[in-house]
Design a protein around this ligand. Structure first.
Ligand code: ADP
Length: 251
């Protein structure tokens, strides 16, 4: 069982030849509405891999909220804990909990003054380069920087830290294995990396819940593979792969 606490956002996407300057109107050539929000993205990726998934979130009483609930149902996600009694639909962090009370914390959007309890009570603390910099003040441009971030977050009480590094994959470090490990991503032709981090976190939640005997390194390697599939198509949830379309040795 994968339970995600996090946001649902409706993406209103306009394609234009260039960005407008302040106050300027530019013609768009395409418009579409998509489903996004970090919590929902992670849930969708987990569900598409076959996880029994629930989302805890708030959506508004408007048509976007109604459509979102439908979208979650369409993806086989339980909406029993989707609160549609308020207009608030924001989340500043997402926490994924599985049946072994394991907590995977993704500090997004990151806050420099994050409550220290998040470091202590997360089993796995997973951030990207930008979030890592906001949290630690260390700009992450390479593996060494990510290792410094990892060590600093361990000092703050984290048990296991994963820093995602885009095309470079991930860096992991833990109290049990304090020598940092680089888990590279496969070389692919990236088309659109939006939502890659949520695909990664959703996949990792799936492996934690359904393949708990795998080593953390193996879970990260497999999650890298899934996220690297998502960057080869455009869009966020629309680029997330289904289990049936993935190499079966990932399962
Ligand atoms: P975010 O989307 O939060 O910025 P990242 O850019 O670090 O997160 O990407 C998350 C994961 O997605 C990476 O750890 C990797 O597995 C995969 N990924 C992202 N970009 C690429 C890429 N260009 N090639 C292959 N894998 C990628």
């Amino acid at each position: 069982q994968v339970v995600v606490v996090g946001s649902c956002m409706t993406d209103l996407v306009s394609l234009t030849t260039r960005l407008p300057k302040a106050g300027e109107t530019v013609l768009g050539h395409k418009f579409f509405i998509g489903f996004g929000g970090k919590g929902a993205n992670q849930c969708v990726q987990s569900a598409r891999l076959g996880a029994n998934t629930s989302l805890i979130c708030k959506v508004g009483k408007d048509s976007f909220g109604n459509d979102y609930v439908e979208n979650l149902k369409k993806n086989g996600i339980s909406t029993a804990f989707v609160d549609q009694t308020t207009d608030a639909a924001t989340g500043t962090a997402s926490i994924i909990v599985n049946s072994e009370v394991k907590t995977l914390f993704n500090p997004a959007p990151a806050l420099a003054d994050l409550d220290p309890q998040f470091y202590i009570y997360s089993d796995i603390f997973c951030c990207n380069e930008t979030e890592a910099e906001i949290l630690t003040g260390i700009p992450v441009g390479n593996l060494e920087d990510a290792e410094k971030v990892g060590r600093m977050l361990l000092e703050r009480g984290c048990k296991l830290v994963i820093v995602t590094l885009g095309a470079e994959g991930c860096m992991m470090i833990s109290v049990e294995e304090p020598i940092p490990k680089h888990v590279p991503a496969g070389k692919v032709r990236a088309v659109d990396t939006t939502g890659a981090g949520d695909s990664f976190v959703g996949a990792l939640a799936f492996y934690l819940a359904y393949y708990p005997k795998l080593s953390m390194e193996e879970m990260i390697r497999k999650s890298n593979c899934i996220a690297s599939v998502s960057v080869q198509a455009s869009g966020t949830q629309s680029s997330y792969p289904y289990r049936k379309d993935l190499p079966q040795d990932l399962f």
